[in-house]
Design a protein around this ligand. Sequence first.
Ligand code: KG4
Ligand code: ZN
Length: 359
Amino acid sequence: MTLILGIESSCDETAAAVLADGPRVLSSVVASQLDTHGKYGGVVPELASREHLRAVVPVVREALDRAGVGFADLSAVAVTEGPGLVGSLLVGMTYGKALAFSRGLPLIAVNHLEGHIHAVVMEARVEGHEVELPAVALVASGGHTHLFEVRPGWNYRLMGRTRDDAAGEAYDKVAKLLGFGYPGGPVVDALAGFGDAGAVRFTLAKMKGNALDFSFSGLKTAVLRWVESRDMDAEIQRRRELLRERGRVSTAEWREVTPQATLDLLASFQATVIEELLRRARLAVEEAGAGALIVSGGVASNRGLRTAAAKKLPCPVYFPTPALSTDNAAMIAAAAFPKFERREFAGMDLRAKAGLVLA
Ligand code: KG4
Ligand code: ZN
């Protein structure tokens, strides 16, 4: 049996997981730093590194405990090489290196984005589906919005990417502007269902050059203009106070302090983001002659996106379960398996790469 320990610390989640023989997740532990960063309305890099330092040892230990294995049972250690916050990446990588070195285990470097893609491939396999390659992968999170062609042999070609904000970042900025706190995606998604998606007409981004590139800054600005042109200060203030008092606010509570016009705005914003994502995903599938679309990253949890994707794509669409759509280490270990088989190991001179590209 091949057992791989995956460690992920690229952003604000410290995660470790143990996988057996490819797709079998024996354990997957994620320590979220939401409580640390929530009050700042976004991830604070210095705090993230500190929290990773605090969490990495217990999180790895818990992953091993839950899997019922010890260090001596492991076949390899996989770490995230990038992209991400360099100070955060370093914590997981340094720990992984030390472990691999002291136990004489091979070290495997995984690109975070490849991890997101493999989360979906792995779950499909567990369900008995083999994702048909070539496929197109849409990775949409707080830091990335990318379209890749996924070729047999796990080779990747970047087809398009955002030129400004990531899709999740657009959610986070709009939520912050309106007083819903951070992260924005889950709240906006939950509230969008109560609004009229046709109420506010936002224009779709037109890209010069690569038509598969994304842009969300225009939409963000359009929302800002909409808010500025109305008197919304009182309701925004009420939501900020509610969040400060409670820490966590339920959908029902949010609805009580959110007028219909704002729900309509959220629904229209979400519909526009979904249209931007799926329109290009569809184009990419056609261009690559792909047999499947893989959607991953935090934004893949979006309920509206899931419903619309099934209708708008001409091929099967695969989504991860919510637990594997946000950052986790099971995806890092999953992506490491083909590398383990190819004996594609990293040296002790491996370095964290904040801007690592997938190709
Ligand atoms: O993959 P992830 O956990 O971390 C990054 O690598 O960024 O993604 C987090 C992002 C945040 O921007 C969050 O607002 C967004 O994913 N997100 C969502 C939803 N759930 C999380 N965006 C839209 N709809 C959701 N349901
Ligand atoms: Zn991610």
